[in-house]
Design a protein around this ligand. Structure first.
Ligand SMILES: [Zn+2]
Length: 415
C-alpha cells in the first residue's frame, strides 16, 4: 500500500496533500507541501511554494496531513487482557521487553508516534526508549517513561516494584528514579482498579509525603504526575504542587464529588489533567462497573474542568483492560466530544497539548518548522469527521515511513 521507503540520509522529502491540520490552528491549510530533511520539518508552504531541486516528492492526493498522535498515558508492560497483573507476574523480563516492543509498534502502526509509559517493571520502558532505532523488529514510537510508579507496600501496582514508605524512603525512591534516567515521576496517590485490595477512592499517601515526593523530583528537574481517583488524593496532590493528575475522577466510596475549590486550583495552577479516554468499540460493555455506575458524575466533573479552563490531556491507559489495546487512542474523540470539546480542540489535545504534557512540546505534536517529522496522512477532514483519524493511509515517524495498520485504499504514489 505505502510505497515510500525510509528516508535516505541527507535527502529532502516533500509531502504534498489536499489539506493540513498543524496541531494548533482551528482551520485546515489547503494544498500544503511539507518539506522534510533529516527527519525534521524544514518548511511548510502552500500551493505556490517552489520545490527544492533534487527533492523526492510523495503525493498523497485527497488526504489530510496532521501531526502524529501522542498517547500521554499507557502501560507497555500490561497486555490488555482480563488479567494484566497476573500475566505480568508470569513473564520474565526478557520476554516482557519483547511484548512491550510489540505493544509500542502496534501503537505506532495506528498513528501514535509518541507514547508516555506511566508505569513499567524494571525500567524496561526506559530500556526500549534508549534502544537502537535500527535494531529490533521495526521502528518504535518515541517513548517517554516513568519507570516503576512510586506506591505504598501492597498499594496500587506494588507488583511493578516501586513500593516504599516514609518521607526518607520516598525521597530515596525519587532519587533512584532520577539516577535511572526517568523522564517523569509517577506516584500512585490513591488506590486503583487493577490491584486486588486497593480502593480507588482511598488516598495512599499523606499530604506531607506527596510534598516530599514533589520537592525531591523538582529538585532533580523532573515533573511529577499523580495517579489520583479519590477526591482527597487529588486535593492533596494539587496542594503538593504536582505537574499532572492522572484520571482525576474525584471518586468517593459511592459516587463522585468534585469540590469547586479543587477544580479552580487545578485550572489556575495549570495542572495537566490526564483524561482517561478511548475504548475499543469491538469490546462492548467493557467499562468497569465501578466506573460505569459513576459515569454521569464523572462526565459532569470533566465538563466543569473543561469549562474552568483546565488543561485536559488525553491518555488511553492502554494495556489495563481488553477494551484498551495499545492502539486504542484513535477512539478517544468520542469520549472527549461528550464533554463539549470541538473537533479542533480534541485534535489539538491529542497532538500538541499531549506533547507538552510529555515534556516534548518543543518538537512533537505540531507540523511546523523545526519539529520532528511525525506526520499522518488521513482520509477526510478531521475537523468535520473525527473518525477520519481511523482512516490512516500513511505514517511518518521522524521522517521515516511506517506501514499503517489502518489504511483503506492503495492510493499513495511516490514520484
Ligand atoms: Zn495507568
Amino acid at each position: 500500500m505505502l510505497a515510500a521507503g525510509a528516508q535516505d540520509a541527507g535527502q529532502i522529502v516533500v509531502l504534498r496533500s489536499a489539506a493540513l491540520f498543524d496541531g494548533v490552528s482551528p482551520a485546515l491549510m489547503a494544498r500544503p507541501s511539507v518539506l522534510i530533511a533529516d527527519g525534521v520539518i524544514a518548511a511548510v508552504y502552500g500551493p505556490a511554494g517552489l520545490l527544492p531541486a533534487g527533492a523526492r516528492v510523495v503525493d498523497l492526493p485527497g488526504l489530510t496531513l496532521m501531526p502524529g498522535l501522542v498517547d500521554a498515558h499507557l502501560h507497555l508492560c500490561f497486555d490488555a487482557t482480563g488479567d494484566p497483573a497476573g500475566h505480568l507476574a508470569d513473564t520474565r523480563d526478557g520476554l516482557l521487553r519483547e511484548h512491550m516492543a510489540e505493544a509500542a509498534r502496534r501503537a505506532l502502526r495506528a498513528g501514535v508516534t509518541t507514547v508516555r509509559d506511566l508505569g513499567d517493571r524494571g525500567y524496561l520502558a526506559l530500556d526500549l526508549r534508549d534502544s537502537d532505532p535500527a535494531g529490533g523488529a521495526g521502528p518504535l514510537p518515541t517513548i517517554v517513561a516513568a519507570g516503576p510508579p512510586i506506591t505504598t507496600p501492597g498499594g496500587h501496582c506494588h507488583f511493578l516494584g516501586g513500593a516504599t514508605s516514609g518521607e526518607r524512603g520516598l525521597r530515596a525512591a525519587v532519587r533512584d528514579h532520577a539516577e535511572r534516567g526517568v523522564d517523569v515521576i509517577k506516584v500512585m496517590a490513591s488506590g486503583g482498579n487493577i490491584t486486588p485490595g486497593s480502593l480507588p477512592h482511598e488516598a495512599q499517601f499523606s499530604a506531607g509525603e506527596l510534598r516530599a515526593i514533589v520537592d525531591e523530583a523538582h529538585r532533580h528537574g523532573l515533573p511529577v504526575t499523580a495517579h489520583a481517583h479519590s477526591a482527597k488524593s487529588i486535593a492533596d496532590a494539587v496542594a503538593a504542587g504536582v505537574d499532572g493528575i492522572e484520571h482525576a475522577t474525584f471518586m468517593t466510596a459511592d459516587g463522585v464529588d468534585a469540590p469547586e475549590t479543587v477544580i479552580r486550583a487545578i485550572a489556575s495552577h495549570r495542572v495537566a489533567v490526564g483524561w482517561t479516554v478511548g475504548r475499543d468499540p469491538a469490546q462492548p460493555g467493557s467499562v468497569p462497573p465501578q466506573i460505569a455506575g459513576r459515569m454521569p458524575g464523572l462526565i459532569a466533573a470533566r465538563r466543569r474542568l473543561y469549562e474552568s479552563g483546565a488543561l485536559l490531556v488525553p491518555g488511553s491507559d492502554a494495556g489495563v483492560t481488553p477494551a484498551k489495546p495499545h492502539d486504542v487512542l484513535r477512539f478517544a474523540p468520542e469520549d472527549m466530544a461528550v464533554v463539549g470539546l470541538s473537533p479542533a480542540e480534541i485534535l489539538s489535545a491529542m497532538t500538541s497539548r499531549a506533547a507538552q504534557a510529555c515534556g516534548l512540546g518543543h518538537r512533537k505534536g505540531r507540523i511546523a518548522v523545526g519539529f520532528d517529522a511525525d506526520i499522518l496522512a488521513i482520509d477526510g477532514n478531521p475537523l468535520q469527521d473525527l473518525a477520519a483519524i481511523c482512516r490512516l493511509h500513511a505514517i511518518y515517524a521522524g521522517g521515516r515511513a511506517i506501514h499503517s495498520a489502518l489504511g483503506g485504499r492503495a492510493r499513495i504514489e511516490v514520484a
